[in-house]
Design a protein around this ligand. Sequence first.
Ligand code: PMP
Length: 363
Amino acid sequence: MTQRVYNFSAGPAVMPVPVLESIQRDMLALPGVGASILEISHRSGTFVAIAEAAEANLRKLLSISDDYAVLFLQGGSRLQFSMIPMNLLGKGQSADYILTGSWGNDALKEAKKEGETSVAWDGKSTNYDRLPKNGDLKLNPQAAYIHYTSNETIQGVQFKSEPEVGEVPLVCDASSEFLYKPLDVSKYGLLYACAQKNAGPSGVTVVIIRKDLLKRSDPNMPGYLNYQIHADNGSMWNTPPTFGIYVLKLVTDWLLNDVGGLDAMYQRNQDKAKLLYDVLDESNGFYAGHAQREDRSLMNVTFRLPSDELTDQFVGEAKKQSLTDLKGHRSVGGIRASIYNAMPLAGVEKLRDFMVEFKEKNA
Ligand code: PMP
């Protein structure tokens, strides 16, 4: 099959077509180089320029100041679950975790292996269908940092703004929303995102860290796990994920030049999500959203149908219409439509029309 489908996968996920076309066009030989991106040294002028452009694009899109280092690492967001406490959580200190879904819980699990932690809020009692209000957080003003997950990919709950945490460094897992809207990076101590949703392919993870926090890294820890070493070496201490960085550069070029920046991207994302949430809201409960209205995600739209049979039928019939990867995560059930930056409006419109028709036939 060479025809493209509308792929609603939660990640790795849909990529912008112009990016795929660039990769395809230049795969045998980068212009002026005569070899592909997969075949050149990370120390070559060509690759160094690509990595610098990727970082410059991110700095431009997110207005990242020189107070922050931008690192391109491997190991996915899960390695960050460990690296964050290994670097930032000193002996005798404790870190706060806000738990709004599966990924926050997994981050906490790894942090517990490294030191003291405390749960500032846990949405478990309502199966992670909502977010805390600022007054709900049990904060430790002495905490080494406070960790939260800005968009929970599985449950589909997403913070509209950062939790207020005072002077404690705010650490954010932004994996499944990174670059979906503008961000005030100065509010964060550290922000990280695996690329395979909005920023590129799997294999590269972006870490944006306030430089004063680099001092916390113990020089005796394993080199690869040490943020200070990566920052000192411009993410080239070891061979970085060159292909991933190259694609990240193309995706950020697309955001800057084709989309017109993150304000425009945010508008597109709001428009797309509204199409689906309107169907949910007007379905008299046939499509029951998992997340509470005010906390629902613009990236991962999660909902249930009246029965498992209807859910399977929905997934099967959608696939016949080239609408794929819609089955929800097993822990939540139902349907999850991931509509990241690169999902075109036409794909969401087609899903919307399918949902309306499916309900008419089966309600
Ligand atoms: N955090 C969030 C919010 C995620 O969605 C994911 C991946 N789905 C991860 C962490 C884990 O990322 P990785 O598989 O790259 O380790």
